[in-house]
Design a protein around this ligand. Sequence first.
Ligand SMILES: N[C@@H](CCSC[C@H]1O[C@@H](n2cnc3c(=O)[nH]cnc32)[C@H](O)[C@@H]1O)C(=O)O
Ligand SMILES: [Zn+2]
Length: 432
Amino acid sequence: MSELLVTGGQVLRPDLTVERADVLVSQDSGDIVAVDEPGTLDGDDELDAENGLVIPGLVNAHTHVAMTLLRGLADDKPLDAWLQEDIWPVEAELTAEDIRAGAELGLVEMIRSGTTALSDMYFEVEEIAEAVDQAGMRAALGFTAVTVGKDDEGARADLQESLDVARKLDGRADGRVRTTFQPHSLTTVGEEYLREFVPKALDEDLSIHLHANETADEVAPIVDEHGMRPLAYADDVGLLDGDTYVAHGVHVDDSEIDLLAETDTGVAHCPASNMKLASGMAPVQDLLDAGVTVGIGTDGAASNNDLDMFDEMRDAAMLGKLAADDASAVDAGTVVEMATANGADLLGFDSGRIEAGANADLAVIDLDAPHLTPAHDLVSHLAYAVHGSDVRHTVCDGEVLMRDRTVEVFDEVAVRDRAAERAAALVERAES
Ligand SMILES: N[C@@H](CCSC[C@H]1O[C@@H](n2cnc3c(=O)[nH]cnc32)[C@H](O)[C@@H]1O)C(=O)O
Ligand SMILES: [Zn+2]
């Protein structure tokens, strides 16, 4: 029996109160065993949380982790032009080894900034699953199907692969990997393919993750072609019948907000990506008021341009206020819940809460910093003032992924060097 004691700090509890407490986690079960008064618990090993705040590991509810290789390659364009002119041509040159290197880089960046779980959409998913396994993190992974620009055989093969990958990789990494069926979006996968394959995913009880209602440009053609709003169309083809979450959900009208709530469909809100691509402002407070589960995602590093969930919480709060024209909207406590418990609920993990019985996924924030002084309200600090670089330790499934700012699960310098080399060679191939 091996137990780790996170000791000497303050702890953020599920009701968002903060108390002085020690946290005991089991490295065998990967669960939190107890949260109790300082000095009352004992472990085999200790993690020093003195002058620190223990929080649930953050959950990045929508990303493309291997896109770290494309960070800074193409900026300052809207979604459609950015994908078609810049991103897709370079992605066509990506090898399995590139994706492994990019994923490792992204996971190291996440561990350093206190993220312990992610929901990812990409290809070469086996490589991403292996990187997640080595990282010791938790992930909902999947193969993203696109049918535009493909012949019928290619299109059907893509959707079949999304089903096959979801079936094959579920439960990998000792159960830390779950999977989702992933049509890329409502405009990049044809209706006949959705009608054929979505029922198969539902039959197998697969969770579903897709991009939806991201830009105004994508809404209009759906309304023209199908005579209904995008999410009504998504519902019509069965996409909202299962355990589904959509990334973005920016351009949703009241009827679609109601539909999300009625069908218990979640939203992975990506504020930085929505601002950078000028996609628009998601009505986050309206979604929350309607009872929709909203998590927060960074989207890929090429549209953010980092994977720091603390930046993302601050962006979500600020953009949520602007969208609602109300400074009280999307408050600090709300974004902290979105980035922890809500995200975990979307991905289907029992994480995001520091309480006995939950997954032992946590981060310790160093509060000894000028930008975190004074400490009137630590929840406010989490939403508005903490940076990813303030994270001292990161723990997932009871294992220490980073101790005293040293990543223990990867050779960080080697990961950075390999990613930089592969990214340079990738761009050279794409340009030749
Ligand atoms: N490009 C591949 C498979 C798609 S993987 C998932 C895709 O989502 C893309 N992506 C990244 N961010 C966004 C976004 O905000 N909206 C839509 N797609 C995105 C990403 O570049 C990647 O191509 C194919 O043609 O078959
Ligand atoms: Zn995306």
